[in-house]
Design a protein around this ligand. Structure first.
Ligand SMILES: NC(=O)c1ccc[n+]([C@@H]2O[C@H](COP(=O)([O-])OP(=O)(O)OC[C@H]3O[C@@H](n4cnc5c(N)ncnc54)[C@H](O)[C@@H]3O)[C@@H](O)[C@H]2O)c1
Ligand SMILES: [Zn+2]
Length: 396
């Protein structure tokens, strides 16, 4: 981890003066993916199209912990405004992206370079960050800014929650998955050698800036990763997002997550909905030793959830087919990978947090999606056996 303290000097908050910290949207390295090229296959940098220029704001309504999620091209430039609104005197920026991707903060700041990825989600990383905050003299009246994928927002969010028993944090998620999911909702966590996300807490951000310009450099597979979460939103009440521009798909996914989180901040029930497609998805991630990206597992898990709901008589065949069509529309895998063993998948699904007794899934039905417990093993085995499978040598 490298660091450098810097001061804003005479710059005023929100001013778009030329400096490495206030790169204008036109010259910033991240550029906007236009809606026409928003499919997972074509995430190459494109110029912002005027139709997508107006950013959207989604409010996460949590009483005194409420905050706004800004979505659109260039919204990162609202950072100084947000820092000023919080009354922060100084800021610690923890970023997995190049320093110039963080715009001017309008306040003295410390820049700490971080790296995305599961190996960086550790208690040691949290300690390292907190020590740098202490060296810098950060107080509860200041702010932490996290710039990166979900692994970075999770780790930095936890450091912000723990340092001085809680410092405000602003997230600037740079992956599609982090923009639609990890950066919003207040869950923070790091891993232990014993398992993923085992140590964490709830710490809501004070603002989230989902700048779609950042996504221009995201590798296609990481776009697909995020689209897996967007696809599952179709079945948990977000509506059909297929025809929308990318920023609108993100906004609609965030809006649905915000409603769910507002109704169940601490995972007592409703928040289960966000795990649509995840029971098989998580099992597939583990069974393939994480060769499948999370969103790809969720995509296949969503197709499976549709088939299982159909088999249990909860939804008609057309709705089962809709699960396949939506997942395929986003360019995501719909078939089980070659070589995964059904019994192992079932054993892994029994370990799911929701499966207190037997097998449990979030399934579509006449009242919409809901948690269904005690699903018979025979039904799960039969649906797995009928799932399409990749050919032996196909590669993802
Ligand atoms: N807190 C929550 O509610 C929540 C929800 C979902 C997932 N998560 C967590 O989020 C993490 C997954 O997030 P993720 O998929 O963003 O993973 P990640 O942070 O590892 O990022 C994925 C990859 O994309 C790269 N990347 C990110 N932004 C980029 C950009 N703009 N340009 C080029 N490359 C870029 C990263 O370097 C990395 O290689 C997991 O640790 C998961 O547990 C948390
Ligand atoms: Zn997920």
């Amino acid at each position: 981890m490298t660091a450098g303290a810097r001061t804003a000097g005479a710059q005023t908050a929100g001013a778009q003066v030329a400096s490495p910290l206030s790169t204008s949207p036109q010259t910033a390295s991240p550029q906007t993916a236009s809606p026409q090229t928003a499919s997972p296959q074509t995430a190459s940098p494109q110029t912002a199209s005027p139709q997508t220029a107006s950013p959207q704001i989604v409010e996460v309504e949590l009483g005194e912990r409420s905050y706004a999620v800004h979505i659109g091209a260039g919204v990162r430039h609202r950072l100084a405004e947000e820092v000023q609104r919080l009354g922060a005197r100084r800021a610690a920026v923890v970023s997995a992206r190049p320093p110039e991707w963080t715009p001017d903060l309008g306040a003295p700041s410390l820049f700490l370079a971080a790296a995305d990825g599961e190996h960086g989600k550790s208690l040691a990383a949290v300690e390292g960050l907190c020590r740098r905050f202490a060296d810098f003299g950060l107080t509860r009246g200041d702010v932490v800014v996290a710039v990166g994928g979900g692994s970075t927002t999770d780790t930095v969010g936890l450091a912000a929650a723990l340092y001085h028993r809680g410092v405000p944090v602003i997230h600037l998620p740079t992956s599609l998955l982090a923009q639609v999911d990890a950066g919003v909702g207040g869950k923070t966590a790091v891993n232990l050698p014993e398992g993923k996300n085992l140590v964490g807490t709830y710490w809501q951000p004070s603002a989230v800036l989902c700048d779609t310009d950042y996504l221009a450099t995201l590798p296609p597979r990481e776009m697909a990763n995020g689209y897996g979460e967007i696809a599952r939103c179709h079945f948990i009440g977000a509506g059909d997002l297929r025809g929308l521009a990318l920023a609108e798909q993100i906004a609609a996914s965030v809006r649905r997550k915000a409603e769910i989180v507002a109704g169940d901040e601490r995972d007592a029930g409703l928040r289960h909905l966000l795990n649509y497609g995840h029971t098989l998805g998580h099992a597939l991630e583990r069974a393939t030793d994480y060769a499948l990206r999370h969103g790809e597992g969720v995509a296949i898990g969503t197709v499976f959830a549709g088939r299982l709901a159909g088999r249990l008589g909860r939804i008609p065949p057309e709705r089962v087919a809709e699960h396949h069509d939506v997942v395929a529309h986003y360019g995501l895998p719909t078939a089980l990978p070659h070589g995964v063993d059904d019994d192992r998948l079932i054993a892994l699904m029994r370990l799911d947090k929701k499966a207190v007794t037997g097998l449990a899934f979030v399934l579509d039905g006449p009242r919409g999606a809901e948690l269904v417990t005690g699903v018979p093993r025979s039904a799960v085995a039969a649906v797995l056996a009928e799932m399409p499978r990749d050919a032996p040598h196909s590669r993802r």
